[in-house]
Design a protein around this ligand. Structure first.
Ligand SMILES: [Zn+2]
Length: 176
């Protein structure tokens, strides 16, 4: 047995998903444990990214792994207090989904490449330029830290339709 634990993922609509998360200040065992649990929860879902507010923790921490190829080694990443420091002029459209909005997908346009700086679990600064799916994922997850969801990029009608479906889903889950 390992000592990791799956976290339950909050479903939209939830006020905790709309709040701005606070910067991480303590790089301690509790933080490392949270990151481990979030990675475990993300892989289990399965998903390619998860932000702390999605598990009810209002801190600026996200995990991701966008390695898709079956035979490639996983690349679990933990980004703390991430900041986008550069975006490309070129834009890219991906069909996005979200673990907090299950089974709903929509095309979102974002910068195709971004440079992000963050702190790792040891508190050391890291910087990397992301492209492709990684760029979309890291922007989607950083949005979560600012209380923003991918459906906020959609036209109001489409957003409302998805939200209504989610309200219904949550009602059904609560009854089950
Ligand atoms: Zn999401």
């Amino acid at each position: 047995m390992n000592d990791m634990a799956l976290k339950s993922i909050l479903l939209h609509p939830d006020p905790r998903l709309k709040a701005t998360a606070a910067p991480v200040t303590d790089f301690d065992k509790t933080l490392a444990r949270l990151a481990d649990d979030m990675l475990e929860t993300m892989y289990d879902a399965p998903g390619i990214g998860l932000a702390a507010p999605q598990v009810g923790v209002g801190k600026r921490l996200l995990v991701m792994d966008c390695v898709k190829e079956e035979n490639s080694a996983p690349r679990p990443m933990v980004l703390i207090n991430p900041e986008v420091t550069w975006v490309s002029e070129e834009r890219n459209t991906y069909e996005e989904g979200c673990l907090s909005i299950p089974d709903q997908y929509a095309e979102v346009e974002r910068p195709a490449e971004v440079e992000v700086s963050w702190l790792d679990l040891a508190g050391a600064q890291q910087t990397e330029r992301f492209g492709g799916l990684w760029a979309t994922c890291v922007q989607h997850e950083i949005d979560h830290l600012n209380g923003k969801l991918f459906i906020d990029y959609l036209k109001p009608l489409k957003r409302q339709m998805i939200t209504r479906k989610m309200v219904k889903l949550k009602r059904e889950k609560a009854r089950a």
